[in-house]
Write a protein that binds this ligand. Structure first.
Ligand code: XMP
Length: 477
């Protein structure tokens, strides 16, 4: 006979937090969401901490280099998806690590022989007013001049006029060498009253442009997550099959942390992969099976656990382990976050940070296409276990190489705008709820949170009820 658990497994929506005492210090401005990513000993600092408790799912439709940069700017981390070739994944990691905030590779370039008509066409097409003039018209050719809207008057000049006859030529440009930091660049921009500062290499080839207008944007990311060389921190997904090749390639590309991405953690293949990398890397535990929005594992195989119960039980075991050994192992709750308040519940239950797929797939920066569906903008979001992703390495049980049935769906999610706006709004709610509980750190929340199960009837009471709503077009997030 099978073993039976006494309690049903439960999901986030079945719980509510109960307010704790809020003193005058307990206000959202004082809340820190800093949280450990890797294991550490009592009294030590973890090797990597996050400034916000959010990481993006290891999925083709979620975590590419663009989203990774946007999320690191806000203080979280992306795990670049592993269901692509080792080389492509390593290149995505490399692009995040070599991204320099404020250093822009020029995307509007012409040669001195181009004409004013070419300039106008490019401005119209790209929407930028600053054009680099290089010997071969590329973004990295020898810098010969710059054209901005201050260099021409359409009403007085012929459209045939050559760029070389009205550009600001190289000898009148202020430039900076390749090892200039952003802070130094901004000082040069300020001292010389420039709008644009080209960065050139030793042979005077153009490398980047730095714009005065980006200065404030850079300052707008006080939480950005940087390594000791001021590069963005990024993670990468690996599987339990080709880890002997993939792990060294990702480490070489600069990945700060790796995550074994598998549909099931309790297997001999996970153990082998862990044994291979454990000596070198820290641990965290990712909790969740079958709770993801695109996930049909529970339906197709009848296996899984309610996400809330899973987090609560793993957190209990983690806390006992910490008591006994003094070693703290951060927990990541993966999948099933639907509303913003689920984030606070998962954190209160003992998760240190959360992995989200659907949430991030809705933003501008995710890789999925943005489409208009019956008048509403949506983005594509597909599961790693769907035929579209063909990520059989995630589901493989050491048997044949291929997906024999689907464990995920291909879907749309409502388009929601920029990552920055959404993350800031969601986390503001988290901070506000933490204050209701009397906590200004996640550690305090773990200790002081009081929770109750809710009855089906009280869930109805929790939404707007017994009124005729004027606008029901939005879903609570
Ligand atoms: P959310 O709810 O944030 O969940 O969209 C994202 C997590 O779901 C997992 N995942 C899948 N699980 N079939 C599954 O059973 C799939 O096709 C699939 N794709 C992703 C994954 O853990 C992710 O972080």
């Amino acid at each position: 006979m099978a073993n039976y658990f006494d309690e049903p497994s439960r999901t986030f929506s079945e719980y509510l937090l109960i307010p704790g005492y809020t003193d005058e210090n307990c206000i959202p401005q004082n809340v820190s969401l800093k949280t450990p990513l890797t294991k550490f000993k009592r009294g030590d600092e973890p090797a990597i901490s996050l400034n916000i408790p959010l990481v993006s799912a290891i999925m083709q439709s979620v975590s590419n280099d663009t989203l990774a940069i946007a999320l690191a700017k806000e203080g979280g981390i992306s795990f670049i998806y592993g269901s692509q070739s080792i080389e492509d994944e390593a290149n995505m990691v490399r692009r995040v690590k070599s991204y320099k905030a404020g250093f822009v590779v020029s995307d509007s370039n012409l040669t001195p022989e181009s004409t004013l008509a070419d300039v106008l066409e490019l401005v119209e097409r790209k929407g930028h007013n600053t054009i680099a003039v290089t010997d071969d018209g590329s973004a990295c050719g020898k810098l010969l001049g710059i054209v901005t809207s201050r260099d021409y008057r359409i009403s007085r000049m012929s459209l045939d006029l050559k760029v070389k006859d009205f550009m600001t030529p190289r000898e009148r440009l202020v430039t900076a060498p390749k090892d200039t930091t952003l802070a130094e660049a901004n000082d040069i921009i300020w001292d010389h009253k420039l709008n644009t500062l080209p960065i050139v290499d030793d042979d005077d080839n153009l490398m980047y442009l730095i714009f005065r207008k980006d200065y404030d944007a850079h300052k707008a990311h006080p939480n950005e997550l940087l390594d000791s060389s001021k590069r963005y921190i990024v993670g990468a997904g690996i599987n339990t099959l080709d880890y002997e090749k993939r792990v060294p390639a990702l480490v070489e590309a600069g990945a700060d942390v790796l995550c074994i991405d598998s549909s099931e953690g309790y297997t001999v293949w996970q153990k082998r992969t862990l044994d291979f990398i454990r000596a070198k890397y820290g641990d965290k535990v990712k909790v969740g099976i079958g709770g993801g929005s695109i996930c049909i594992t529970r339906e197709t195989k009848g296996i899984g656990r309610g996400q809330a119960t899973a987090v609560i039980e793993v957190a209990k075991a983690r806390d006992e382990y910490f008591e006994k050994t003094g070693i703290y192992i951060p927990i990541c709750s993966d999948g099933g976050i639907v509303h913003d308040y689920h984030m606070t519940l998962a954190l209160a239950m003992g998760a240190d940070f959360l992995m989200l797929g659907r949430y991030f797939a809705r933003f501008d920066e995710s890789p999925g296409n943005k489409l208009n569906l019956n008048g509403n903008y949506v983005k594509e979001y597909w599961g790693e276990g769907s035929n579209r992703a063909r990520n059989w390495q995630r589901y493989d049980l050491g048997g044949k190489r291929g997906l024999s049935f689907e464990e995920g769906v291909d879907s749309y999610v409502p388009y929601a705008g920029s990552l920055k706006d959404n993350v800031q709004r969601s986390l503001h709610k988290v901070k506000s709820t933490m204050c209701n509980c009397g906590a200004i750190t996640l550690e305090q929340l773990h200790k002081c949170a009081k929770m109750t199960l809710v009855s089906a009837t009280s869930i109805v009471e929790g939404g707007a009820h017994d009124v005729i709503q004027k606008n029901t077009s939005h879903l609570p997030i």
